[in-house]
Design a protein around this ligand. Structure first.
Ligand code: ATP
Length: 257
């Protein structure tokens, strides 16, 4: 395997890609997952590969919503397990009442075991969805399957990298939806009550940081509408597309001489 030099300007992205390629060989990620990552990377490039202020605000609101939910559940698919098992474990440590459900678009027993193994080795002990017992109305086949005690009983679902159909069906089923998705145009982002337009690991880390801080005395942050969060992400991307970035550093201004 090619060694990636830490001095390469795209070191982080290359390491992530190498990790996903390994996860594909191990059966944790499916080929379609690599394509989804590619789409995400493109949008992150437009964002400037950083958490924009409106996303950071959304991440803090997400922490408040998780804290005040009756039964919050985070849905984990193959890409999420491959990219962010450590961040998921940090989130659970920060807020042990957060349920974690294995939720696979392309579900096979061996993939479920791979996802569970990745999460457990990062330190997540309790998992829903290993043997799904319920269904979400309005979806066909395996995509409808959920755990009755997990997403089936949840009032709040945190759905990173989710498919649009499922996001819409969960919302119709009465769940409050927080999406993490770099694409502000995706159906998932548009279906969410709270769309977080940010890269998965950055978003989970920021939510965990907010949960690790002591609870705010003010129970609710002033709401920022989903529409405004999506509009801000689109506007940031549009601005970045119109200015010339330095090679290797998308979206950043050239330093003044
Ligand atoms: P829709 O929600 O309209 O069905 P889609 O077809 O693009 O959108 P999928 O391919 O099922 O959805 O899901 C992948 C989504 O996840 C993409 O929108 C992509 O931008 C986003 N994505 C991929 N990798 C990451 C990542 N690391 N962090 C955040 N978002 C990501």
């Amino acid at each position: 395997m090619t060694r990636i030099s830490p001095t390469h300007p795209r070191y982080r992205s290359l390491r992530v890609r190498a990790g996903l390629a390994r996860a594909l060989r191990e059966g944790l990620v499916v080929p379609e997952g690599l394509i989804a990552q590619g789409r995400g990377e493109a949008f992150d490039y437009f964002l400037g590969e950083r958490t924009i202020p409106s996303a950071r605000r959304a991440e803090r609101i997400a922490a408040d919503w998780i804290r005040t939910a009756r039964h919050p559940v985070l849905s984990v698919n193959g890409n999420v397990a491959a990219l962010a098992a450590v961040e998921v474990a940090r989130l659970v440590r920060a807020y042990p009442r957060l349920g974690i459900e294995v939720n696979l678009f392309h579900r096979t027993p061996s993939r479920v075991r791979s996802v569970a193994r990745a999460l457990r080795s990062a330190g997540v002990v309790q998992l829903y969805g290993l043997r799904p017992t319920g269904r979400i109305a309005g979806l066909d086949s395996d995509r409808a399957r959920v755990d009755r005690r997990g997403i089936g009983a949840a009032d709040l679902c945190l759905i990173p990298l989710e498919d649009g159909d499922r996001a819409e069906a969960l919302r119709r089923a009465g769940r409050r939806i927080i999406a993490i998705d770099l694409n502000p145009l995706s159906r998932t982002s548009r279906a969410a009550h709270l769309p977080i337009i940010d890269e998965l690991t950055r978003a989970l880390d920021e939510i965990a940081r907010a949960l690790e801080r002591s609870p705010r005395t003010r129970p609710k942050r002033r709401g920022e509408t989903a529409r405004a969060l999506l509009a801000d992400a689109r506007a940031t991307m549009a601005r970045n597309l119109l200015k010339a970035p330095r090679p290797g550093r998308p979206g950043r201004r050239r330093p003044r001489r």
